[in-house]
Design a binder for this molecule. Structure first.
Ligand code: HAM
Length: 423
């Protein structure tokens, strides 16, 4: 027999009932983002490799080591998107969105691809839900995004939340901080990992998000970026934190938070959750301001800020069994005999048209096993149809919670059930 094929490492199937938990969380996000004025955008999974190398930064871990890149049949370098921001910016520029509206708010969702070391909460195909706002330079917009996330995670019951916030400064502040980092790390440069030794000259900020434990330890006492901020960046950061205070969102200033992508300017943030299910991957959402990216990818100078949340990580922290999130049938139709088996299809179609979730058994099984199935699925009501019911033009309607039963005329069943189920 042929060896059965398996899915690719780090890329998972999502099966029911787990998909119900995902659906619950994703619907909450969509509904909330919409209430804050974000509209959905969908961009392709494949983009030109240059979009990510220019957008995310040549010397980031993502671009250096983690991209799924290949040449297509026309020999063009293609990459399966490792994140959503660069593609949103490409679309913003390509469709001249700035000409149509001064402020743009988008949200997106879908799979992202990174060739990372697979562990709990870290996969090679993972799902993000993200939002991006273009055209607003005021720090209240990032504070509002953080408050929206805080509301989201609170409302779905994710516990142990911590909002971490920092500023990585503007393009003008960056050389000062780069210099401070180089001066700090040069004395022990030869003891750093090979990547960090290169980054010390190419992109010193990346020293702060190296994943090698020994390097992290060495960089623990590195100077804080907040000390290198110019007047404008400092004022911007202050208005972001003041807006969070006004919105009642608790936060911690995390001076070492720099994020793993090069496009950030000014405010950056992450939210972590305390949950055993997350293993070492406690960051459930991350984002920040990227005021230079639209221009650097060929568009007009445009302030921008956004975030992306990891759907797997959020779902891992949701309490309860996946089964609890599954919709339960309003009604299960049990039949006895061939005539009734044919009749129940018509009843089911009618009830479904009335908006009810209806289950039934197509195989010729006993009434007992049909009732067992109804119980297993958690049906609220069971309708029974047998020869007597067909002769009388009625059905038997049983309330599975109260265990009460009544005979209902066939032409009243839709009406009666819709009223009982509040549909
Ligand atoms: P990121 O920090 O690379 O930022 O990813 C955001 C979130 O995606 C992480 O906090 C995590 O929850 C989830 N995530 C990332 N990698 C994985 C993985 N391998 N497995 C599971 N979950 C993962 C961005 O992607 C930016 N585009 C965010 C952004 C939007 N900044 C501005 N706008």
């Amino acid at each position: 027999m042929a060896e059965p094929l398996k899915s690719v490492r780090g890329m998972n199937d999502l099966l029911p009932p787990d998909s119900a938990k995902w659906h619950y969380f994703e619907s909450r996000c969509r509904e909330l983002f919409t209430r804050y004025g974000y509209q959905e955008i969908r961009t392709p999974i494949l983009e030109s490799t240059a979009l990510f190398s220019r957008g995310i930064g040549e010397s980031t871990d993502i671009v250096e080591k983690e991209m799924y890149t290949f040449r297509d049949l026309s020999d063009r370098p293609m990459t399966m998107r490792p994140e959503g921001t660069a593609a949103c910016v490409r679309a913003y520029i390509q469709h001249s969105i700035h000409k149509h509206e001064p402020v743009t708010r988008w949200f997106y969702s879908g799979p992202m691809f990174r060739y990372e070391r697979v562990q709990k909460g870290r996969y090679r195909q993972f799902y993000q839900l993200g939002v991006e706002a273009y055209g607003v330079a005021e720090a209240t917009v990032e504070a509002e995004q953080i408050a929206m996330l805080y509301e989201l995670y609170g409302s779905v019951g994710i516990e142990g939340l911590e909002v971490l916030i920092n500023s990585v400064g503007s393009g003008e502040d960056r050389p000062r901080y780069r210099q401070a980092l180089v001066e700090f790390a040069t004395p022990f440069a030869s003891q750093l990992c090979g990547d960090c030794q290169r980054r010390l000259t190419s992109n010193p900020l990346r020293l702060l998000d190296c994943k090698v434990e020994r390097d992290r330890e060495r960089m623990k006492d590195a100077p804080s970026v907040l000390g290198s901020l110019g007047e404008e960046s400092r004022a911007h950061f202050q208005s972001a934190t003041q807006a969070l205070d006004a919105l009642g969102v608790p936060y911690t200033i995390a001076p070492k938070l720099v994020r793993g992508l090069d496009y950030y300017t000014g405010t950056v943030f992450e939210i972590t959750a305390k949950a055993e299910a997350l293993g070492n991957q406690s960051t459930i959402v991350a984002g920040g301001r990227y005021d230079g990216l639209v221009e650097s990818l060929g568009g007009p100078s445009t302030p921008a800020v956004g975030f992306a949340l990891g759907v797997e990580r959020a779902v891992l922290t949701l309490s309860g069994e996946a089964e609890d999130y599954r919709n339960k049938p309003h009604v299960f139709i049990v039949s006895r005999g061939e005539q009734a088996a044919a009749a129940k299809l018509g009843v089911a179609a009618e009830l479904r048209q009335a908006g009810l979730y209806v289950e039934l058994e197509h195989r010729p099984t006993s009434m007992k096993s049909q009732f067992k199935r109804a119980d297993k699925l958690g049906a609220q009501f069971v309708i029974t149809i047998g020869d007597d019911e067909i002769a009388n033009n009625t059905v038997q309607l049983k309330d599975m919670n109260e265990r009460s039963e009544q005979s209902v005329p066939r032409d009243r069943v839709g009406h009666t059930l819709a009223a009982l189920c509040g549909e």
